[in-house]
Design a protein around this ligand. Structure first.
Ligand SMILES: Cc1ncc(COP(=O)(O)O)c(C=O)c1O
Length: 489
């Protein structure tokens, strides 16, 4: 048996309780022996109450026999027994013959459990979840990731476990250069790639380094990306979007760069027209300005060959960025910038002398996934999964006379609704616990609202609930678009 002679009695108590439990029992050395005994008894009682109250001792947990607790703590057996009886009387504990003393199932909580996150950050899953910004979690290639981890960690040289290179690990940059050129037509060498944790962090970095005072952004986009640019010290002014994507003729002279989502405008889903693709490259080249291409879901195309990256038309004028947030998971935290060569040093230096955020181990795992083809297989599986969903959603809507504009791509769709109805639908959706967003949530604050829309992330619902979720969505729309036959059939 392990010797406990020198161990801290409260550590032993914790062990006995089967949890890493800290019971704060601090005797006051100035007290008399008698006073000290009474104080320790109170102290043990309140420490146990507190541990039950804040969830460290969950209902049903067996507390140690009082003899052992007495021996471990140096308290008299009678003292511990009295504390247990007191807590039984108060309803914190239950004592049953033959099964010892346990935390009561009904132990009353007076405070929120300390171990759960603050209530403001707790989100229970909505009943019908069409939220945006993440792929379906059931698709995450867990087995491939585990296998890649085993291979990558086994093969990694020792220096992979030192501080990371802010440029990004060469293995990942090499894999990405090959992948982006093969899958998206990007023209790059590994040296032009800089690894970051997200498109958001890439934008912040660009704002601190290569953007001037003002850049142009599409009239609708991700608010937190716009804010990332602004946090870096750059103002973001809007340009309109129409059926051909961003209206590049409207780019103001005052901007040094434009941030575009040319393959699939976010969130409207429109692809930048071929004439505008050429025109914007021309605009950048002739005036020494920059285009930032956010290719957030470039691989997720369903009806035709993907539109290649705009970067291929002008690698000297386009900064290309993307991440695994849509293809794998936003929890992985790996993204990339493909920079024109003269910018690489400035951007890498701005990151500091070590990689500040992106895990080098995860970079090696992603490199392995790409090199072994597991990443491509995962993308192909994801495409099929989302294409089926998109087909179901658009077919159900089309039967009722609602067309989803934009190309068939990505993980979300915009359902057009009159602008004045949009906030009513969004409010009623919240009441019915349907997670979706109104198009105006993506509008630049300086842009007046013209058309309305409901943006639904059709990738998010679980497989078991997708049909019911779509029914709930159609029922909601039917209440606000009464001329359409939208009711679930
Ligand atoms: C338009 C757009 N760009 C980029 C991303 C990826 O963002 P990040 O890499 O910051 O997670 C998303 C994900 O929601 C997006 O919607």
């Amino acid at each position: 048996m392990e010797s406990r002679v020198n161990s801290d009695p409260w550590t032993v108590v914790a062990e006995r309780l089967g949890t890493d439990l800290y019971l704060d029992l601090q005797p006051d050395p100035t007290e008399t022996a008698r006073g000290r005994g009474a104080r320790r008894r109170q102290s043990l009682a309140s420490a146990l109450r507190e541990a039950i109250d804040d969830g460290r001792l969950p209902p049903g947990t067996r507390v140690p026999p009082y003899r052992s607790l007495a021996a471990d703590t140096g308290l008299a057996r009678g003292t511990v027994a009295a504390v247990y009886q007191e807590l039984v009387a108060e309803g914190w504990l239950v004592a049953r013959q033959g099964s010892g003393t346990r935390v009561a199932d009904t132990a009353q909580r007076t405070t929120a459990p300390r171990l759960t996150p603050a209530s403001s950050s707790v989100r229970s899953a909505p009943r019908h979840d069409f939220s945006l910004g993440q792929p379906n979690p059931s698709l995450f290639p867990r087995r491939d990731w585990i296998a890649a981890t085993r291979r990558a960690v086994t093969a990694a040289p020792d220096d992979a476990f030192g501080p990371g290179d802010p440029h990004g690990h060469p293995a990942l940059r090499t894999s990405l250069a090959a992948y982006l050129s093969r899958a998206r037509g990007v023209r790059t060498t590994p040296d032009q790639i800089v690894v970051t944790t997200s498109v958001k962090s890439a934008l912040e970095l660009l704002s601190r380094t290569v953007f001037d005072t003002t850049i142009a952004v599409e009239s609708h986009g991700l608010p937190f990306h716009r804010q990332a640019v602004e946090r870096g010290g750059t103002a973001a002014v809007p340009i309109p979007i129409d059926g051909g994507g961003a209206v590049v003729d409207a780019l103001p002279h005052s901007v040094s760069a434009v941030l575009l989502t040319p393959s699939h405008q976010y969130p409207t889903g429109i692809a930048l027209s071929p004439t505008r693709r050429t025109a914007v490259i021309e605009w950048a080249r002739t005036s020494g300005r920059l285009i930032v291409e956010d290719d957030y879901d470039g691989e997720l195309r369903y009806d035709r060959e993907p539109v290649g990256a705009l970067q291929a038309l002008g690698p000297d004028a386009v900064i290309y960025t993307g991440s695994v947030s849509k293809s794998l998971s936003p929890a992985v935290r790996i993204a990339w910038l493909v920079l024109p060569p003269p910018m690489v040093d400035t951007v890498v230096q701005a990151k500091g002398i070590r990689e500040p955020d992106a895990s080098v181990v995860d970079q090696l795992i992603l490199a392995d996934l790409i090199d072994t083809g597991a990443y491509d297989r995962h993308i192909r599986r994801s495409r099929q999964f989302y294409r089926r969903r998109r087909d179901v959603l658009t077919a159900r809507l089309a039967r009722t006379g609602v067309d989803v504009p934009g190309i068939a791509a990505g993980l979300h769709a915009v359902i057009p609704v009159p602008a004045d109805i949009e906030p009513l639908i969004a409010a009623e959706a919240a009441r019915r616990d349907i997670a979706l967003v109104g198009l105006s949530g993506f509008r630049h604050p300086d842009v007046p609202q013209e058309s309305g829309g409901i943006v639904v992330g059709f990738g998010t619902p679980s497989a078991s609930s997708f049909t019911t979720d779509v029914d709930a969505l159609l029922d909601l729309l039917a209440d606000y678009l009464p001329n359409r036959r939208l009711r679930a059939e």
